[in-house]
Every structure is written in C-alpha cells, then in structure tokens.
Design a protein around this ligand. Structure first.
Ligand code: G6P
Length: 623
C-alpha cells in the first residue's frame, strides 16, 4: 500500500528518495512521485508518474534535480484512479505547500467544498490528499509557519493520515504528523534525518528510529535537529528512540529469481530459530516477550486477523482446541469491527495475528476490543510496528525477518509455529499430567525444519508435474480437518500470484454445491496425507474424479494405494510418528510448502509479476 520517504541532510535527496521508494515497492502501488526543494531559492522539482517506479526513474534521470531536502511517495489508489494527476506529491494552488499522504481523510468532501467556496481553490485531482495540501496552505498564509499550519489543519481533518509536508518558502524543514498510519523518523549518520512509513526503507541508512505516535507533529530541521510535539502540542522531551535491527540481507534476493522463492526457502531456518527461542534444553516452553500472567483467569480466547494471518489463526484455533482443550473463537478483523455487540471483556484473551503489525482492520479491531478491557497478545513479525507498541508486554514475535514478496509465505509458517507453541503451553498449564505425552509432540515439532528441507529438495519435481495445468481456468482445493486450512492457504497463494480462480472447500462440503462446477478444465487438488481424515477425504476425491475433474493430490511417501486413481501425485515425507495422539496436527507445516511452490512455478511460467501481484498490497493500511 502507499509508501512515504523523506530526506533532509547533506547529500542529494533524490538518491535516497529513489532508493527508498524502490525498497517500498514490495508494499504494492500503482503510481509514484517525488518533490525536491532546490537550495537557496524557492524553486523545486515535482515529478510524478502513473505505473511502476521505473517510469518515475526514467522521468527524473535526465533532469538536473539537486537539493538536500525532498519527499517521495508510492500510491495505491483509493480516491481516484491511478493516473499522474492523482499521484503524490500534491501541491497547493499557491504552490507553497507540497505534501505526501498515506491514509484516508473521511471529511475531505466537506473540506473541499469549504476551500472552494471560501478560498476559491481549484482542485486538479480526485484525491483527499490535495485537499489537505490546500487546507494547510490557507493556514500557512495566516501564520507563516508550516508547523503551526499543520497543527491547525490536523485539528480539522478526520480520518487516518501520515503526512510529510514541505514548503519552497521555508526550504530547511520537513513537518510530519500521523494518526493511525505509521510514520518513522530515521536518525542517520552525519546529521542526516530520514523519514519513512515503513522501517525497511531505512535499514541501509539508519541504526536508530523514532515512531510518531497518533496526533504528534515533528519538525525536522537542518543539522540533524528535530522537535516532536505531543497530541496536546507540548514538547516531547525524551522521544522513544528504538534500534533498527533487521538484517538488510532480507532486502536482497540473494540469487533467487524472486523474493517469494527466497522466502519459501528461508522457512526451515526460521522454524529452527523459533524452536530455539521457545524451547529450552528440557523442552520447557518460554515466551521471552510475554508476561504469562496474562493467561490467569481467562474464560475466552478470540483470534483476529486478515488474509494469510487469519488462516494461521484458524490453524491456531485447531491447535489450542485439540491440545489444550480450550474453545477458541476466530473472526476476520474487518468483520469484528462491524459487530453491534462485541462479546468480549476483561477475561477475554485476544490474540491478534499480523505479519506487518500495520493492517488497518486488525488495528481497528484491537482498539475496539481494548475499550472492553480485553487482554491482548500479538503474534507479530515487526517489533517496530504499531501492533508491537499496542501489545508491549505480550508479543510473540515470528522472527521471519522482513517479508518482501506481497504474498505471505514464511510469515504464515512462522505464525502457525508460534500458535503451536502457545497451544502446547496452554495444554501444559491446564493438564500438567499430560506433560510427558506432549513432550513427544514437541520432539516431532523439532523435526519439521528438516522435513521442510526435504520437500524443498523436490521443488523441480513439483514444477514438472504442475506446469501442464497452467492453462486451466479454475482450481478447487480440498482438505478435511486441519488440512482444510492448508487447502485455504494453498488456494489463496494460487489466486494471489497466478490470478487463476481457486477456491478451497472442506472436502465433505464439495458435494453440497461446488461439485456442480467440476469438469475436465477444473482440477481438484487435495491433501491426502496420513491421518484420521484420510479415508473420508479419499471418498470425496473419488466423487470429483468420477465427474471428470483432473485430480492432483499431496500424499505421503510410502502410500502407493492410490497410484492408479490420482492423476498427479505430489509426495511429501511423513512428518510425524503415527502413535502419538495428535500426530496429524503437524501436517500443515509440510502440506502448505508444495502449494507455495506450485503457485510460484505456475505464476513464473505464466509470466506474472510474482513479488508484486496486481491490485494487492503487502500491508493494507486502509479499512
Ligand atoms: C495483505 C497481504 C497478505 C496478508 C494480509 C494480512 O492482504 O497481501 O499477504 O496476509 O494483508 O496482513 P498482515 O500484515 O496483517 O499479516
């Protein structure tokens, strides 16, 4: 989704603006722009272009753009189509205020009308952002200080915003403000100040950062000086400086053709790291950033999330219910916020799951639930995110590193792993007598990374088996029980990166409607790994086969009884010992990996934009 970068220092600003925007490309966008103030004059360069960043780069390449202060933006269209006029930065009618904006201003039509009627202002775009530029310029005229003008404008605007404001009239300052949209000040070397809406843009340049809180206003000045005012416009004396410690290697493809493939291959190492974090040598479970008192006296668990994180939440529900025998509810965050009656209170444990920690629906749902005094745990990948700051003593970090490709892969597996640890922990608290039996499962959990590596070694085999299906119009994914969740995530991956219609059903539900859609052009992909639900799922697969649907299935090594029935078999190693009671709970850890790979290879064959699929955004910061 939209991305902001800004620079104020001794170097040419354009360099960082373009580099920063390149890093933010992964968030998904459809136009881009920059503005640079020229030194010692009130001249400026403002360039923007619809489409990919390369269009903007071509535009600025042959121009002599020089200046030590600038702002940049990638836009994901909300108000107004993706064209040059709607791209940011936006400039006021009098050319005195230039800004970039993330978020949505709810009362922009009312402000627009007022600005037109009372100040004769014309508008050249369909955006809410251009309205704010003009609103600030009206106040700037009266008070001659950009900071004061921004403070006055923020009292009037309703909605969410991260704003970066500059003026050719005062070319040594950048003013920032934010509400419900992330904005970070990066402290660089040699008195350089940076700003970005996503810390990944700052990794190469800064070791320290400050996250703006809601309604704060910051003034960045020459010489590395800055000042932050709180929501009441009082000076913040000791801003909270955080360390930026992501590994910059996450922003490098390291020889892989796409980030998505690289991230799939990182999964085994991430699960190993998580195992080391959460299990000591006696296999006792620990949560370094979680005060476990939070579990005392809870009478309800509710999971909220969006997208793949929601599916990881579904797996979490199954793990906790099966292992700890505690009922768990789960809601899409975007649905939770529509409820007339939120059935939560101070005995509810709310588990919010989010890779980015910035998804607007998830954050809104949390804020609503917190008003009802719920206890919050976050399963989160970004320690510097808004979600992490909302859930200070109660985070389980997925430690997957920056996930660049828009479609979630490594974060999904890491989220499931964290849920598994949580389920084991709750099971031990509730039934200490089960500790020995649970130890067996822990040992099997420990084996998952090496089994994932064995699956990755078969990638080429999966590729050759799936490519003949590249022309199919739709796919149906089937699974029962825990494998239904694998089916959901498999279908989502295929949809996201190939744009082929793919739907997942609990296998038993297929005959209640979806079976009508089957023909030779709609392959059915099912998960037939060993386990309690194997036999029943086989019946459903046969029902599809007799309707002429090509069938593809994931089966364990050693199971050859369906060799004649299934058209294409994708084999995975057995990842559990069958004698343990809950052995098949671990199956999504391996079932989902072949699905990630087949989606990738189909998309690559079809020439799709794998890391930045059309219309999608990595972190969806609008509701
Ligand atoms: C977007 C992404 C998905 C992700 C979802 C939730 O739709 O494209 O990959 O699963 O948001 O994001 P979150 O950061 O909250 O996990």
């Amino acid at each position: 989704m939209c991305g902001i970068v800004a620079y104020l220092g001794k170097k040419n600003a354009l360099e960082f603006l373009i580099e920063g925007l390149k890093i933010l490309e992964y968030r998904g966008y459809d136009s881009a722009g920059i503005a640079v103030l020229n030194e010692n004059s009130s001249n400026y360069n403002l360039e923007k272009s619809a489409g990919k960043l390369v269009n903007l780069i071509n535009l600025v390449e042959n121009k002599d753009i020089k200046g030590h202060l600038g702002i940049g933006h990638t836009r994901w269209a909300t108000h107004g189509v993706a064209n040059n006029a709607n791209a940011h930065p936006h400039i006021s009618n009098d050319n005195k205020i230039i800004l970039v904006h993330n978020g949505i201003i709810n009362n922009y039509l009312e402000l627009k009308r007022k600005l037109k009627e009372e100040h004769n202002i014309n508008f050249y775009s369909d955006t809410d952002s251009e309205v704010i530029a003009n609103l600030i310029s009206v106040y700037f005229k009266e008070c001659a200080s950009i900071k004061t003008a921004v403070i006055r404008a923020k009292e009037e605007i309703k909605g969410s915003y991260a704003l970066c404001v500059i003026s050719p009239e005062d070319p040594d300052k950048i003013i920032l403000t934010s509400k419900e949209a992330p904005l970070i000040i990066g402290l660089g070397e040699d008195d350089e100040l940076y700003c970005a809406s996503d810390s990944s843009a700052l990794l190469k340049y800064c070791k320290q950062m400050i996250r703006l809180k809601d309604y704060e206003v910051a003034e960045l000045k020459k010489g590395g000086k800055f000042e932050i005012l709180d929501a009441n416009n009082n000076l913040v004396k000791q801003p909270n400086i955080q360390i930026l410690d992501h590994d910059p290697l996450h922003l490098d493809k390291q020889g892989y053709k796409h980030y998505l493939l690289k991230e799939i291959y990182e999964q085994a190492a991430i699960l190993r790291k998580l195992f080391e974090t959460h299990f000591n040598k006696d296999l006792n479970i620990t949560f370094p950033n979680l005060n476990t008192k939070i579990f005392e006296g809870i009478n309800k668990i509710l999971i909220i999330a969006c997208g793949s994180a929601y599916y990881a939440g579904l797996a979490g529900k199954t793990f906790i219910e099966s292992l700890a025998n505690i009922q768990v509810d789960i809601e899409f965050a975007s649905e939770f916020i529509t409820k007339k009656n939120l059935l939560v209170d101070d005995k509810t444990l709310l588990i919010a799951v989010s890779q980015s920690g910035e998804t607007a629906d998830t954050l809104s749902a949390i804020k609503l639930a917190l008003k009802k005094n719920v206890r919050l745990i976050a399963i989160n990948n970004r320690p510097e995110s808004t979600l992490a700051s909302l859930s200070k003593d109660s985070c389980i970090f997925t430690q997957a590193g920056v996930e660049v490709s828009v479609a979630a892969t490594k974060s999904f597996l890491a989220q499931m792993f964290c849920f598994f640890c949580l389920a084991l922990y709750l099971a031990e608290i509730k039934s200490p007598e089960k500790k020995e039996a649970l130890k067996k499962i822990k040992l099997q959990l420990h084996l998952q990374p090496q089994i994932i590596e064995q699956i990755l070694a078969r990638a080429e085999v999966y590729k050759q088996k799936i490519l003949p299906f590249a022309e199919k119009k739709a796919f149906i994914f089937l699974g029962r029980g825990i494998n239904y969740i694998t089916a959901l995530e498999g279908a989502l991956k295929l949809k996201e990166i190939t744009y082929i219609q793919a739907t997942a059903y609990p296998a038993g539900e297929m005959k209640h409607g979806p079976i009508a859609t089957l023909d030779h052009d709609v392959p059915v992909i099912s998960i037939l790994t060993n386990g309690d639900v194997y036999d029943k799922t086989v019946h459903n697969v046969m029902e599809a086969k007799t309707r002429g649907a090509p069938n593809i299935a994931i089966l364990n090594d050693g199971n050859d009884e369906l060799d004649k029935e299934i058209d294409v078999i994708l084999r995975v190693p057995v990842n559990y010992e069958e004698e343990s009671e809950f052995y098949d709970l671990l199956s999504p850890f391996v079932g989902v990996v072949p699905f990630q790979l087949i989606a990738y290879y189909l998309a690559e064959y079809m020439g799709k934009d794998i890391d930045q699929p059309r219309n999608l955004a990595k972190s969806v910061t609008v509701e």
